[in-house]
Design a protein around this ligand. Structure first.
Ligand SMILES: NC(=O)c1ccc[n+]([C@@H]2O[C@H](COP(=O)([O-])OP(=O)(O)OC[C@H]3O[C@@H](n4cnc5c(N)ncnc54)[C@H](O)[C@@H]3O)[C@@H](O)[C@H]2O)c1
Length: 259
């Protein structure tokens, strides 16, 4: 897909980190951007800077996502690109014993919350965006749109405490080929990126010694990933018409240890 002002994109989690970097890169290529996020202040400011539109959307809400697509499509047109970056994590062991001998298990509401945001929220945006893309005329090569999801290397090597997070991200990875097949007859491609450890606001807030240890654990290059490197792969997945149904690690060859 040629990226220019004739194309509109929606980026969920677009107010921060990997989503923000992707929105910046798409806007720099001329694409009109719609940002879905909970963070109104950062989202509004970035949308203003990029000449796009901000939509306050919780991806767990059908009504929010419907209203977000309606607002974005009215402002910048039907999106041909959807990039799903909205997501959160938690760290709780499946069952554990405290020093005092108290035994606890992973609370199911905490497990469900991660699944609802990272997995169901991603699918909600995919399904509603894909339905919109089907109304578009195909481009010269028969393509109507492209969808990019954000998993995590935790989909494959989840660390201690990441049962919910790794399940949600493995779900995103697992449905990628299926959805690419579902949408293949309509010319919509679907790919997923599994990032390693990236220097986003969450990670930047960690103490220097923690960041140094994480950087040292990456085979090469020995540093955290930079959000523009994520954006660069996302844009390649948009531009390269043969990129479809793929789940790609972007991680400096890291394999996460148990903890
Ligand atoms: N940073 C990393 O090292 C890393 C590694 C692997 C995977 N990821 C994944 O990449 C994605 C982006 O992470 P990031 O590091 O840029 O984090 P981030 O916190 O900087 O950005 C995530 C954005 O998603 C938004 N968001 C959270 N819940 C939402 C909801 N319910 N509805 C709408 N928006 C919501 C937040 O407000 C935030 O702006 C996440 O899915 C994360 O799991 C990040």
């Amino acid at each position: 897909m040629k990226l220019d002002a004739s194309v509109a994109a929606v980026i969920t989690g677009g107010a921060s980190g990997l989503g923000e970097a992707t929105a910046r890169a798409l806007a720099a290529a001329g694409v009109k951007v719609g940002l879905f996020d909970l963070n109104e202040e950062k989202g509004e400011a970035l949308a203003r800077e990029l000449g796009g539109v901000f939509c306050k959307v919780n991806v767990t809400s059908d009504a929010d996502v419907d209203a977000g697509f309606a607002k974005s499509r009215a402002a910048i047109g039907q999106e041909r690109i959807l990039v799903n970056c909205a997501g959160i994590g938690n760290a709780i062991k499946t069952a554990s014993r405290s020093k005092e001998g108290e035994i606890k298990h992973f609370p199911l509401d905490a497990f469900d919350k991660i699944i609802q945001i990272n997995l169901v929220g991603t699918f909600r945006c995919i399904a509603k965006s894909a339905a919109g893309m089907l109304t578009l005329a195909p481009l010269e090569d028969g393509e109507r749109g492209v969808i990019i999801n954000t998993g995590s290397v935790a989909a494959q090597d989840g660390q201690i405490g990441q049962a919910a997070y790794s399940a949600s991200k493995a779900g995103v990875a697992g449905m990628t080929l299926t959805i690419a097949r579902d949408l293949s007859s309509e010319g919509v491609r679907v790919n997923t990126i599994l990032p390693g450890i990236f220097a986003t606001p969450l990670m930047n807030a960690a103490p220097e010694n923690v960041k140094a240890a994480l950087s040292a654990s990456v085979p090469f290059p020995k540093r955290l990933g930079n959000p523009p490197e994520f954006a660069s792969l996302a844009l390649e997945m948009c531009r390269n018409g043969y990129f479809n149904g793929e789940v790609v690690r972007l991680d400096g060859a890291i394999r996460m240890p148990p903890r």
